[in-house]
Design a binder for this molecule. Structure first.
Ligand SMILES: [Zn+2]
Ligand SMILES: [Zn+2]
Length: 315
């Protein structure tokens, strides 16, 4: 995982000279979660080092925006807020006009739609902003809203793991059924092996999930950050339904191939779209595993077709 220092080095614009004060400001800014107004940042920094002037802080803030370290956001309050992009995946905002809190979420369906539209219009998108204004759950219920800035990177990893775990579970269900239904001895073994692998991966993912929650017990209480309308577990669930209807060995392999291909594409496509983060890692690793399963199934399918062609015609 990239350190805060490496993150800044990598983004430092060409010719940007080093400055001690600037480094102090950047480091303090990167330690904050959430969306800070410039004045709030000035207060934080001057509390640590009163020799740094307001003008320097404002200048550095602008430099950070230009360098891609900070994002300027406008929540319609008549002043800008700033959030850093270190270990902070791209996201959209829900903004409560009663308590003025903002809540972050990510939806790959929305992102895909934006890309599609931009492509159709031959537009090269640089940044998209989606802000939903309204009233948060706490304010609607008349409760005092809790002010806990959620660690977005960890939430992202949490949700990526949940999606991968759900997919792995439905994959396990699929292969267990396929192994039971397949008549060809070799095909049966392949499905059994895949079921075992899914079981093992599931164990790894669940362990990782438990570690994440152990590191931050509050993590599970935060609302969903990452939304997927067509999450990949639906792919295997549909496959299982087809299996149950009754298929022959070849068809079972073909359904498996289709599911693994769908799952691989899904995790790769979204994983590549995310910024450097644990969530991205989880998706890309998972995509690789699905790719291996896909290759194995394709080999088996070919072998089955060959054996069926060479051997005595059944029935
Ligand atoms: Zn509110
Ligand atoms: Zn934000």
């Amino acid at each position: 995982m990239q350190s805060a220092k490496e993150f800044v080095e990598q983004l430092r614009p060409a010719g940007g000279r080093r400055s001690g004060k600037r480094d102090v400001i950047v480091q303090i800014f990167l330690r904050q979660e959430g969306h800070l107004a410039a004045d709030e940042l000035v207060e934080l920094i001057r509390a640590e080092d009163a020799r740094i002037s307001r003008a320097t802080i404002y200048r550095t803030l602008q430099w950070m925006v230009d360098a891609g370290i900070a994002q300027k956001v406008d929540f319609g309050e008549g002043r800008f807020r700033y959030e850093h992009s270190y270990r902070h995946p791209r996201h959209f905002h829900l903004i409560c006009k009663t308590c003025n809190q903002s809540f972050e979420f990510l939806s790959s369906d929305i992102e895909a739609l934006i890309e599609e539209i931009a492509e159709a219009r031959r537009f090269s998108p640089r940044q998209s902003v989606l802000q939903i204004y309204g009233t948060c759950e706490d304010c609607q219920a008349g409760r005092q809203p809790e002010r806990i800035a959620a660690p977005t990177d960890a939430l992202f990893a949490r949700d990526a793991l949940r999606i991968a775990i759900a997919t792995e579970r439905s994959g396990l269900e699929f292969y267990t059924r396929a192994a039971a239904l397949t008549k060809d001895a070799r095909g049966k073994k392949v499905f059994q092996r895949l079921a075992e692998e899914e079981q093992e991966h599931l164990g790894t993912l669940e362990r990782r999930y438990r570690q994440l929650v152990k590191a931050d017990p509050e993590l599970e209480a935060h609302p969903t950050f990452l939304f997927f309308k067509g999450a990949a577990n639906g792919i295997f669930a549909a496959g299982t339904e087809e299996l149950v209807k009754g298929v022959d060995d070849r068809q079972a392999l073909l359904i498996g191939i289709r599911c693994e291909r769908g799952s691989h594409k899904f995790f790769k496509r979204y994983g590549e779209r995310f910024e450097e983060s644990e969530g991205k890692q989880i998706f890309l690793e998972f995509a690789d595993e699905e790719r291996e399963h896909l290759d194995l199934l394709i080999r088996e399918y070919r072998s089955l077709v060959e054996r069926q062609a060479a051997g005595p015609k059944r029935r």
